[in-house]
Design a protein around this ligand. Structure first.
Ligand code: NI
Length: 406
C-alpha cells in the first residue's frame, strides 16, 4: 500500500490528535518529576521504556555514559534524519498551583524541556505507526544537560558519535516560546540564537594602606577602568549591524574602606550571533585588559570559556521546514520570525556538524492564564494545543525529509 502525500499528512495529523491524552499524561509525569542537568537518569529511563513499548528498532540507554537516550527507527533507504529533545529542568521553586506541580522541591521544568521530551516521544509513536511508509531512518536524540556548561550535553554526545552510524543528513529541534500563542510556530533562516560564552578576569595589584596609594598598585581602580573599557568594545569595535553583548555580572574584591587590596576579580558573559565575531571578541577583550593593566603597573589573568555556539539555521532545511509546517498547520499558524534572540541553546552544536533548523512552538493562552516567560516560576504551556502541534511538526518534518531526499 502506498500513501499519497495528502493521505500521509492527514494520517500524521489524525494520529497526533488521537494521542493527545497520552501526550498530556507523559508531560505531566515528567513535569512532576523534574531532574537537574546531568542527572536526568529517571527521565531517560521513562523515555527508553516508552520507545521500547512503541517498538522502536534500536534504543540505546545511557548513551556515552550519560542520561541520553538515542533511538533509531529504521526505514526503507539508507538516509537518516535526526530529531532532538532536551530533558533537563532548572533549580527553582514552581509557584503555579496546578495538579501536576513539581513534586521535587526546588526543581522545576520552567524551560519546557518536559514538553520537548514529550513531543519527541509523540513523534516517535506517530512515526512507528507510519513505519512501513518511511523512506529512511529517524534518529531520536533525547539529550541531557542543555542548561549548563559544566555537564555533558550536545557537544559531548556529538564527540561520542551521536550524529554517526548511521550518518545524519539533517536535524530538527523545537523549543517552547511564550511570545507566540499556542497553535502557532515560528522560525527563521540564518542567525537564530546567540553564542553564549563566559569569562573571568583577575586584576592583580599590590596592597597597601588606603592613605598611601603611591606605595601600592590599586586593583580596584584598574578593574573599574578595565570594565569601562570593555564596555566600549561593542560600541567602538563591533560593526553596529552585528549584534553582540558583553555583560559583566559579578565583581569581587577588597576587605575594608581603608585597605587597598591585592586583587579584584570580575566575570561575565559574551553573546554574539556570528561565529567570526565570537572568535574576535575575546582577542579585543584581552588587548583591552592587557593595555589597561599595563598602564597602571598591574597584572592580570584572563580566562575565557567557550559555552555554546550561535544557532544558525540552514537555509535549505529552514525553507523546507517553513513550507512543511505551513502545509500541516496552515499558513496562518506559521510565523517567519523577524528577529533572532540573544539567548543561547546548545542545539547550535549540532548545526556546526549537520544542516538543520531550530523551531519555536507557541505556548501562550491568555484565557487559561498561561503567559509567564521561560525560566519563570509560573511558566506553563497550553498542553492540549502545544503537545499535538509539536508532535505534528516533528513527525511531519522527519517523514517528508526522508520522502524528499531518499
Ligand atoms: Ni530551554
Amino acid at each position: 500500500m502506498h500513501l499519497t502525500p495528502v493521505e500521509a499528512k492527514e494520517r500524521i495529523k489524525k494520529l497526533s490528535e488521537e494521542i493527545k491524552n497520552e501526550l498530556i499524561n507523559w508531560r505531566r509525569h515528567i513535569h512532576m518529576h523534574p531532574e537537574l542537568s546531568g542527572q536526568e537518569y529517571e527521565t531517560g529511563k521513562f523515555v527508553a521504556q516508552k520507545l521500547r513499548e512503541f517498538g522502536v528498532d534500536e534504543v540505546i540507554e545511557n548513551f556515552a555514559g550519560t542520561a541520553a537516550v538515542v533511538g533509531l527507527i529504521k526505514g526503507k533507504h539508507d538516509i537518516t534524519v535526526a530529531l532532538r529533545a532536551d530533558m533537563d529542568a532548572l533549580p527553582m521553586l514552581e509557584k503555579r498551583d496546578v495538579p501536576y506541580r513539581s513534586k521535587i522541591e526546588g526543581v522545576m521544568h520552567s524551560c519546557g524541556h518536559d514538553a520537548h521530551t514529550t513531543i519527541l516521544l509523540g513523534a516517535a509513536k506517530v512515526l512507528m505507526e507510519m513505519k512501513e511508509h518511511l523512506q529512511g531512518n529517524v534518529k531520536l536524540i533525547f539529550q541531557p544537560c542543555e542548561e549548563r556548561m559544566d555537564c555533558k550535553g550536545a557537544k559531548y554526545l556529538i564527540e561520542n558519535g551521536v550524529l554517526e552510524k548511521p550518518d545524519v543528513s539533517a536535524i530538527f529541534g523545537v523549543h517552547m516560546f511564550p511570545e507566540l500563542p499556542a497553535g502557532k510556530v515560528g522560525t527563521r533562516i540564518g542567525h537564530f540564537m546567540a553564542s553564549s560564552d563566559i569569562f573571568r578576569v583577575k586584576i592583580k595589584g599590590k596592597g597597601s594602606h588606603a592613605s598611601r596609594p603611591h606605595m601600592g598598585v590599586d586593583p580596584v581602580l584598574i578593574a573599574s577602568q578595565t570594565i569601562n573599557s570593555l564596555h566600549h568594545i561593542v560600541s567602538r569595535k563591533v560593526d553596529p549591524l552585528h549584534p553582540a553583548v558583553i555583560t559583566i555580572g559579578k565583581i569581587n574584591g577588597g576587605f575594608a574602606e581603608n585597605i587597598i587590596p591585592d586583587e579584584v576579580e570580575f566575570s561575565g558573559t559574551v553573546r554574539t550571533l556570528s561565529i567570526d565575531l565570537r572568535d574576535q571578541i575575546p582577542k579585543w577583550m584581552e588587548h583591552t585588559i592587557w593595555g589597561t593593566t599595563l598602564a597602571y603597573g598591574g597584572a592580570y589573568e584572563f580566562k575565557y570559556q567557550h559555552g555554546t555556539p550561535p544557532v544558525i539555521n540552514d537555509e535549505k532545511t529552514t525553507k523546507f521546514a517553513l513550507s512543511m509546517m505551513k502545509d500541516i498547520l496552515g499558513n496562518e499558524n506559521v510565523v517567519e520570525l523577524e528577529y533572532p534572540s540573544m539567548g543561547g541553546e546548545d542545539f547550535g552544536e549540532y548545526l556546526l556538524k549537520v544542516p538543520g533548523t531550530f523551531i519555536r512552538i507557541g505556548t501562550r493562552n491568555e484565557e487559561k492564564g498561561i503567559t509567564a516567560p521561560l525560566h519563570s516560576p509560573l511558566f506553563d504551556i497550553d498542553e492540549e494545543v502545544v503537545l499535538p502541534t509539536g508532535t505534528k511538526v516533528m513527525a511531519y518534518l522527519a517523514y517528508k525529509w526522508l520522502e524528499e531526499h531518499s
